[in-house]
Design a protein around this ligand. Structure first.
Ligand code: B4P
Length: 185
């Protein structure tokens, strides 16, 4: 399964609950990059500036970390990808990877929400978590890049009959209830 949505829609928050419900790992490309930055790895050094600016990390790097992560044993019974794919190149890479593993996506969950509400949420998070890309300027860049590069992917998955759109506004448990009304138990 995939979870998608604009920055601040609550992907990371809801991914954990959905993954726990199905007993599968939640794999967030953003978390993997941030862990590499905080550990000071070569990958972390490569992605730090681009992430702080709100832009997307290149497809080659991103596809490679996902391929490595999906090769791990804990994904055998399924997985939830949070924040991947975000570009058409990543959709194609994921398709190839899943075909190679003789598996397929079962659903693409999309959290929808109004842009201004999301900016407010992310600015609130900035006060408590201090993420480098939660400045107003980087948030606007992230929203623009999402609209240009990622929003068109929803049509791809809609055409495949996989899209499950859920309103991401409201409290965390309210959104979770909406999600579970729509997903198979
Ligand atoms: P991500 O880590 O995916 O960051 P994000 O889009 O902001 O989503 P996040 O998960 O943090 O926020 P969420 O919607 O859960 O990516 C960060 C960066 O990494 C990207 O900009 C890019 O540079 C790079 N990257 C990652 N994947 C990539 C890829 N595939 N290709 C290229 N580059 C990639 O929620 C945000 C906040 O809202 C949370 O703090 C939560 O507290 C709050 N919240 C959630 N639900 C709420 C609710 N119902 N009510 C109120 N607040 C709520």
């Amino acid at each position: 399964m995939l979870i998608m949505g604009p920055p601040g829609a609550g992907k990371g928050t809801q991914a954990k609950g959905v993954a726990a419900h199905y007993g599968v790992p939640a794999i967030s490309t953003g978390d993997i990059f941030r862990a590499n930055i905080s550990q000071g790895t070569e990958l972390g050094r490569q992605v730090q500036q681009i992430m702080a600016s709100g832009g997307y990390v290149g497809d080659d790097i991103t596809n490679a970390i996902v391929a490595d992560r999906l090769a791990e044993d804990d994904t055998r019974n399924g997985f939830l990808l949070d924040g991947y794919p975000r570009t058409l190149g990543q959709v194609e890479a994921l398709d190839a990877l899943l075909a190679q593993q003789q598996t397929a996506l079962d659903a693409v969950l999309v959290l929808t929400a109004d842009t201004d509400e999301l900016v407010a949420r992310l600015l609130r998070r900035a006060e408590t978590e201090g993420r480098e890309d939660d400045t107003e300027e980087a948030i606007r860049v992230r929203q623009k890049v999402y609209a240009e590069e990622t929003a068109p992917l929803l049509d791809v998955y809609r055409e495949r009959g996989l899209l499950v759109e859920v309103d991401g506004l409201g409290g965390v448990s309210e959104v979770a209830d909406r999600i579970f009304e729509r997903l198979p138990r």
